[in-house]
Write a new protein. Structure first.
Length: 337
């Protein structure tokens, strides 16, 4: 690993899901842009984004997490919701409903549909999801390189035990999450296609060549967890010379937003900051938790207490800065190569 004490721009690689990842990354970019240290100010950020939430609706291929990150970093996000486009209209959705074409539970705004039309057309013409993402980012200029975790099709499906006579039935993750609000317990969560998938071009290199790897407070099961299931990514994190630092998505024993507790209980893991860190035991070097949470007790893991709520742009930038501070501090402790 190259030393980071000189003014060579830092290479930062992050893994991310949708809303939680996007907000954190926006804070990271804000922190970097306002930094005094040129190594931070000129840092390059690569984001490996979860694509297992992807779904086909009305024939359109939708990549919710890539779009949340792209819109948030590119200034087009609906701030209140944290997903979808700002100043959206729903003309197309209204027409589809008038035709009796469901599903009605997945919101598709008119502006957002343009993104899905371009993606679907390009994929049909033989482009990869990486190429589609690069094309869409020409407009959005997110200020970071966005890479899908894989160009292969991976979809999270969920087994629910509410079928007839207690039988399980399988639904797409989006149906469980958006339609059912994860209120029906999941017996199993499976990233279908993950085992046979390959990391998208640039993903392994971005982990190998990073000075710092960051895990934003994304969902540990259906965001970070699915990225880690793409063969090669977890091994690359274990082998990465860079320190790997994460931010707990669990604060005071609960997810800050959304239903990550329902995902964690489906895999038999308690909703605690310590248990989430345990999911990353083989590669995590530093972990930020909130004041009120119990630290994980694993030798070698450095834990810091910091305010973890991304309640304002300033608070989010400070949180990202704290993650980077911890990573650079750990880096300096390592024996010189
Ligand atoms: P999704 O794909 O849209 O669900 O987004 P992510 O997987 O990237 O992030 C979802 C996670 O972000 C949830 O599990 C929340 O616990 C976490 N989260 C949301 N807001 C905050 C916050 O302000 N602070 C922290 N620490 N975590 C947050
Ligand atoms: Ca997601």
């Amino acid at each position: 690993m190259a030393p980071v004490s000189d003014s060579r721009p830092l290479q930062i690689t992050a893994l991310a899901g949708g809303v939680g990842g996007a907000r954190f990354l926006r804070g990271l970019l804000a922190h970097l842009r306002s930094a005094e240290d040129p190594a931070r100010r000129d840092a390059r950020v690569t984001v490996v984004v979860n694509t297992a939430d992807d779904v086909t609706l009305h024939g359109l291929r939708i990549s919710p997490d890539l779009d949340s990150v792209m819109y948030t970093l590119g200034g087009g996000i609906d701030e209140a919701r944290g997903w979808g486009r700002a100043q959206e209209s729903y003309g197309v959705a209204g027409e589809l409903a008038a035709h009796g074409e469901g599903p009605s539970w997945f919101t598709l705004g008119d502006k957002d549909i343009a993104t899905h039309v371009i993606r679907t057309r390009m994929l049909a013409e033989g482009a990869t999801l990486s190429e589609v993402t690069a094309r869409l980012c020409e407009r959005w200029q997110p200020g970071a390189r966005l890479l899908p975790m894989t160009d292969d099709r991976v979809e999270t499906h969920v087994d629910l035990a509410d079928g007839p006579g207690g039988a399980t039935r399988r639904v797409h993750f989006q149906e469980w999450w958006v339609r059912l609000h994860a209120a029906v317990p999941a017996v199993r969560i499976e990233a279908v296609g993950a085992a046979a998938s390959r990391p998208a071009p640039g993903v392994l290199e971005a982990l190998r060549e990073a000075d710092v790897v960051v895990l934003p407070p994304s969902n540990p099961v259906v965001s970070i967890g699915t990225v880690l299931q793409v063969p090669g990514i977890r091994d690359a994190l274990v082998a990465a010379p860079a320190p790997v630092v994460g931010v707990s998505p669990v604060v005071a024993g609960a997810p800050v937003r959304g239903m990550a507790d329902a995902c964690l209980s489906a895999i038999g893991v308690p909703t605690t900051a310590a248990a989430v860190a345990g999911l990353y035991d083989d590669f995590l070097d530093g972990w930020l938790i909130a004041e009120e949470d119990e630290p994980p007790r694993r030798p070698g893991l450095v834990v810091r207490r910091r305010p973890l709520l991304m309640s304002s742009p300033r608070a989010t930038a400070d949180l990202a800065g704290a993650a980077l501070d911890l990573a650079l501090e750990l880096d300096r402790k390592e024996p010189a190569a």
